[in-house]
Design a binder for this molecule. Structure first.
Ligand SMILES: Nc1ncnc2c1ncn2[C@@H]1O[C@H](COP(=O)(O)OP(=O)(O)OP(=O)(O)O)[C@@H](O)[C@H]1O
Ligand SMILES: [Mg+2]
Length: 243
């Protein structure tokens, strides 16, 4: 069953068409990846999916609801890890999570418990009462992941979840995302790491200049075009310099 359908979706920033008339469907329980060079439009698509910005034209339905008509219901059922760190710099790790839980009307006693569990889950226990300003970049990414899970979402939208992480932390995140997927959470992610897309994604959309070049499974793409996913990506985005 489709959890998301996008039809004729476009987004303009003044005269720039950042997303240009794209169509895609994402199925319940799958892991779907958006790949593409810097500026391709991936984050713009994510932002429209989680009702942060409105499409200029076209339509997106999440859980069968239009993002422009029922954003609050949609937001209550999804978790979002944005590309940029938008944590509250005045608060500690624990306070950031508890404050965020308020948006979902989670009672304080319950949110403190959930937050403590997520802090442990993401390996931040030692930093529980530390101010955000004292966290490393990788720790902030971990906290953003914890925060995205606070409402036990059915759908998780992750914009470059492992950028800036060391190899060990990256593998940890992959393991967690695998676990969530086994629990039937639908995952949508963007990444510049082809290994990540190959390991996690059932299907990927390769984007460039606001358009989707192809949507397919990594395995089928590699069979069709030859080589690994990086080769396929470079060929399809016209950045291939090989023989
Ligand atoms: N708020 C904004 N105002 C104006 N232009 C924007 C805005 N956000 C993005 N853009 C432009 O839209 C285009 C797509 O940007 P977007 O952030 O979606 O790309 P991306 O694929 O996520 O890139 P990256 O891999 O670097 O994160 C770019 O040309 C960018 O400069
Ligand atoms: Mg981006």
């Amino acid at each position: 069953m489709q959890i998301i359908t996008a039809k004729g979706l476009s987004k303009d920033y003044d005269s720039l068409r950042a997303v240009d008339t794209i169509d895609f469907e994402i199925l319940e329980g799958e892991c779907f990846g958006f790949l593409g060079p810097n500026g391709a439009g991936k984050t713009t698509v994510m932002r429209m999916l989680y009702c942060f910005i409105a499409p200029t034209s076209g339509e997106i339905k999440v859980f069968g609801m239009d993002v422009t008509k029922q954003p609050s219901v949609i937001k209550s059922r999804i978790g979002v890890m944005p590309q940029d760190d938008n944590l509250d710099p005045e608060l500690t790790v624990l306070e950031n999570l508890i404050t965020y839980a308020r948006y979902f009307d989670i009672p304080r006693a319950q949110s403190a418990k959930i937050a403590a569990g997520l802090i442990e889950y993401t390996g931040l226990t030692e930093k529980t009462n530390v101010n955000i300003k004292s966290l490393s970049g990788g720790m902030k990414r971990a906290l953003l992941l914890a925060r995205a899970l606070i409402n036990n979402p059915e759908l998780l939208i992750l914009d470059e979840p492992t950028t800036g992480l060391d190899p060990h932390s990256r593998h940890n995140v992959w393991e967690k995302l695998h676990g969530l997927k086994s629990n039937n959470t639908t995952l949508i992610l963007t990444t510049h790491y082809m290994e990540e897309a190959e390991k996690l994604c059932d299907r990927v959309a390769i984007m460039d200049s606001g358009r989707i070049i192809t949507i397919d499974s990594p395995i089928h793409l590699m069979d069709t075009h030859g080589g690994n996913l990086e080769n396929v990506y470079l060929k399809l985005t016209g950045r291939w310099l090989g023989e």
